[in-house]
Ligand binder design. Structure first.
Ligand SMILES: [Zn+2]
Ligand SMILES: [Zn+2]
Length: 261
């Protein structure tokens, strides 16, 4: 069976990879205990997925928490669902539940930390995985189901727009739908729900240049949205999202310029 990195949850094309470039990158880390690998079968034997309402959408997340711990979101369209971001564990119960809700027409992922076992999901639901081409080098299991989009925006279905904001990763992507922004950790929902955050690395606490953060906020200016759905269970800002992004970019600039009390 193909190897899965225990720290980032990314599935590789080989049974026993020697290294995990995703974790060796400055934006992730190899734990003090060293690199470790698992398989989908091993994961299925000791984990299960919770599928439940998250705001106006449906979340899918693994329990107990595995790797980075993100949960995916099912985004309904007029014709099937788009899975926003992805998780490593896919089992029969999860697949049946997703089928019951209309299956998947596409998978779209914010950035390489959530590439997880995207190819397993794509095969199971016979759908493409949409990734920004600027992050092509981070695909550890190449497959025909992986389709790269380029430029600054892409519409995977009517009413949905993928926007490349960059920042955390060159191809860092968010998903806009009427009234909501699904932000992965490209725009990070933080405990202070009157703000969001922008970072190059969250676990390693490496900030982004001021120009990059201002550019990310400017790219979102044309889009109206109230809710912001972050990458983990419960990380949902229910209202005022566009204003909060604007305010947060300004706070970021104030902070790095030494103007916060
Ligand atoms: Zn890894
Ligand atoms: Zn990340």
């Amino acid at each position: 069976m193909l190897g899965i990195c225990v720290t980032c949850g990314v599935q590789y094309a080989e049974a026993a990879p020697e290294r995990c470039p995703v974790c060796e990158d400055p934006r992730q880390y190899v734990p003090q205990s060293g690199q470790a690998w698992t398989t989908l079968d091993a994961l299925r034997s000791c984990h299960a997925n919770a599928i439940r309402a998250e705001g106006e959408l449906t979340g899918i997340g693994t329990e107990p928490r595995f790797a980075i711990g993100q949960r995916a979101l099912l985004v309904p369209t007029g014709d099937g669902n788009v899975l926003w971001d992805c998780i490593t564990l896919l089992d029969d119960e999860t697949a049946a539940e997703v089928e019951r809700r209309g299956g998947l027409r596409a998978i779209a992922i914010s950035h390489p930390h959530y590439y997880s076992s995207m190819v397993e999901w794509a095969h199971r639901f016979d759908c493409p995985v949409l990734l920004h081409e600027d992050d092509r080098q981070w695909v550890m299991r190449p497959d025909d189901s992986v389709r790269f989009w380029s430029g600054e925006a892409h519409e995977p279905a009517e009413g949905l727009t993928l926007l490349r904001l960059g920042g955390h990763f060159a191809g860092g992507t968010v998903l806009h739908r009427e009234g909501m922004l699904l932000s992965g950790d490209i725009v990070q929902v933080i405990p202070d729900r009157s703000h969001v955050a922008f970072m190059y690395s969250y676990p390693n606490l490496i900030p982004l240049p001021v120009e990059t953060v201002l550019d990310m906020a400017a790219r979102l200016e044309p889009y109206a949205f109230e809710a912001i759905y972050g990458a983990w269970w419960g990380t949902v800002i229910p209202a005022d999202g566009a204003t909060i992004v604007r305010r947060s970019a300004n706070r970021y600039v104030q902070a790095v310029q030494g103007n916060l009390p």
